[in-house]
Design a protein around this ligand. Structure first.
Ligand code: PLP
Length: 626
């Protein structure tokens, strides 16, 4: 637990069992349910599901939706708050149909709705958010078609609120609504002055991409009043950034927005809702700090600050409490899915052994290196380190000038790594280790090669240095003895993960176990259910992952069942996406093979086998077979 902090980022859903495996308790109200993740993986292996694969716990999704809604309702009751809570899930955070269906279903008894940020998302929301009492909030830039779709939604009695992100949208909406004879329900997104905290803090402030300035909001009110549509303004919207690491930003945003709301109401704007956007953060690294990958608050505190903040300010300003809308996405979905990958090899910089036996007329650099190794005495490690770095550099220079042989280079290299290993061993017991010598352990660390693509399965780790918890699925009752970073199977040196949860800070290596021959070593990349699930790309044509949907049984706390298996992309799927025609490609290869058969270069039987093999690979999974 100390190494991987499972309990701290797990939010009650993940833990380490005495058996040394990760346990999943997918329902916050039923902590006795404990699914052994290794057993899920074993069942997947038995059913022939290839890895890497995504495991989804739909119970966790339901659990998060329930927790959010119940917490808001409880706070509203506790505070005697006069408005209601009407949350919406932002589709962009995880657009998978199964995820949306589960969220809509779990949220129906709370009138929990959806938020769409684009035309395609609106088209999905129209078809899936069919509860007339839940909201559909429309954000994002809108063209006429988007607005027409929104008005179509209103015609079929959907509770749609069109949020104006840019003044020109209003100019388009007014004549359209008149033409179709529909009274739209309008939200105004305000550019907040308060800055979010964390990687997404540019979502607010004067230079924010979305929203109206105060002057534009007042102009919008005047315009709508002039057009006889002032009564349509029902919602004030803001979003100051995702993953708000510091609760102070939430408090400040509530303070600022409640005042804007109050003053607008006092001016006669008939606002009924305030939408606080997303931002509820996830403690990815379990540090409960204001690190970019963490947060210094929990759900209860977040909800409390919103409900009590609005109540207090509205009471002071003598205006009605607005209904509260929130658009939490990350917090709803991050925990529900994880990526399971196998480590398929080790890359060790100092692992190669080469004979360093003295040759008769060897270069002086080789002799010097040998003498340093022989004379290494306790205490002069920094000096030894300085010398061997210089010798290694000189050896490469000498090689470039043609006065050093490949054999000599290999000897210098071998001795260099051997000396580094012994320096590391010796200094590890010292009380003080100089900075450069501390880095030796990183230089000596292995890279574990895992069967996945960072670009497909952990995009934020590559793009914005997001720390995602990575933990072995088994052997957690055994001390990990190897310090490693992870590399993926893409042909891209960026295809690696070298940011992990450390004791106090983010570290570049993770302790893992020695690989055992003939034993699978599975790693879980956790908290991938928000954004990661859907943002991945097909770098190197590695496609979407196989996935399984796992459910728990009420009556047997240790049992589970795989309700559904969704096949990941086949090679022909990804090729077709890139405009190839796999059928034609197979014909080309068959023709080429036939040509060689006619020339007698390939036997007919082998020709058939080769053709079948190519077609089999086309239909197969894009990742490595293990
Ligand atoms: N609402 C809007 C307008 C957003 O831009 C975002 C994401 O940045 C969200 C909601 C979801 O935010 P989060 O995933 O932090 O809850």
């Amino acid at each position: 637990e100390k190494t991987y902090r499972v309990k701290r980022w797990g939010n009650g859903y993940f833990d380490i069992g005495e058996c040394g495996n990760i346990l999943v308790s997918p329902r916050y109200d039923h902590p006795d349910l404990k699914i052994n993740l290794r057993e899920v993986i074993d069942e997947m292996v038995e059913s022939g599901i290839e890895f890497p694969a995504v495991i989804r716990f739909h119970d966790i999704l339901r659990s998060q939706v329930e927790q959010l809604n119940k917490t808001f309702r409880a706070k509203i009751e506790e505070a005697d708050y006069e408005g209601k809570y009407l949350g919406v899930f932002p589709v962009k955070v995880n657009q998978m149909r199964e995820v949306i269906e589960e969220i809509v279903d779990a949220g129906s008894r709370f009138n929990y709705g959806l938020e769409a940020g684009s035309k395609p998302e609106l088209i999905a929301a129209l078809a899936y958010n069919t509860n007339e009492n839940s909201l559909t909030i429309l954000n994002g830039y809108k063209d006429e078609e988007y607005l027409r779709l929104a008005l179509l939604g209103l015609k079929i009695k959907r509770n749609i609120i069109i949020v104006i992100e840019k003044f020109s949208e209003l100019v388009k909406l007014i004549p359209l609504a008149k033409e179709l004879n529909i009274t739209p329900v309008i939200g105004l997104r305000v550019k907040m002055m308060v800055k979010g905290r964390g990687k997404w803090e540019s979502s607010s402030g004067e230079r924010a991409k979305f929203g109206l300035s105060i002057a534009e909001i007042l102009n919008a009110v005047t315009l709508l009043e002039k057009e006889g549509m002032k009564e349509s303004i029902k919602l004030l919207h803001f979003h100051i950034g995702s993953q708000l690491t510091d609760i102070r930003a939430v408090k400040e945003a509530v303070q600022e927005s409640s005042l804007i709301y109050s003053k607008l109401v006092q001016l006669g704007v008939p606002l009924e809702y305030v939408d606080v956007g997303g931002g509820l953060a996830i403690d990815y690294d379990g540090s409960q700090s204001t690190n970019d990958s963490s947060c210094n608050y929990g759900l209860e505190e977040y909800v409390s600050d919103i409900v009590y903040g609005f109540k207090q300010n509205c009471d002071l300003e003598s205006v009605p409490h607005p209904h509260i809308v929130s658009e939490s996405g990350r917090a709803m979905t991050a925990h529900h899915s994880c990526v399971i990958t196998q480590v398929i090899g080790e890359i060790h910089p100092s692992g190669t052994q080469y004979s360093t036996k003295k040759a008769t007329s060897e270069h002086i650099i080789v002799t010097n290196m040998r003498e340093i190794e022989a004379d290494m005495a306790q205490g002069n490690y920094q000096e030894v380190y300085n010398d061997i770095c210089q010798l290694k550099e000189q050896a490469f220079q000498a090689f470039k000038f043609g006065i050093f042989t490949l054999d000599e280079l290999a000897k210098v290299e071998t001795m260099y790594w051997r000396i580094l290993n012994s320096i590391e061993k010796q200094v590890s017991t010292e009380e003080f280790i100089p900075e450069e010598l501390r880095e030796i352990s990183t230089m000596l660390s292995s890279q574990y090669l895992a069967n996945f693509s960072v670009f497909q399965s952990a995009a934020d780790s590559w793009a914005i240095d997001q720390v995602l918890p990575i933990v072995p699925i088994s052997r957690l009752n055994e001390a990990p003895t190897k310090l490693c970073s992870l590399v993926d199977i893409t042909c891209d040196s960026d295809g690696k993960i070298d940011k992990f949860i450390g004791e106090d800070t983010v570290v570049s290596n993770i302790p893992l176990h020695q690989l055992n021959a003939n034993e699978d070593y599975f790693l879980g990349i956790f908290l991938t259910g928000a954004y990661q699930d859907v943002m991945g790309d097909m770098h190197n044509l590695f496609g979407r992952l196989n996935e399984v949907h796992v459910f728990s049984y009420d009556d047997d706390p240790k049992d589970f069942y795989i309700e559904e298996t969704v096949k990941g992309s086949s090679v022909e799927n990804v090729l077709s996406t890139m405009q190839y025609t796999p059928v034609i490609m197979a014909q080309v290869i068959k023709k080429e093979i036939d040509k060689q058969v006619q020339r007698g270069k390939i036997k007919p039987r082998e020709g058939v086998q080769l053709t079948d093999f190519y077609e089999e690979c086309l239909a197969g999974y894009t990742y490595l077979k293990s």
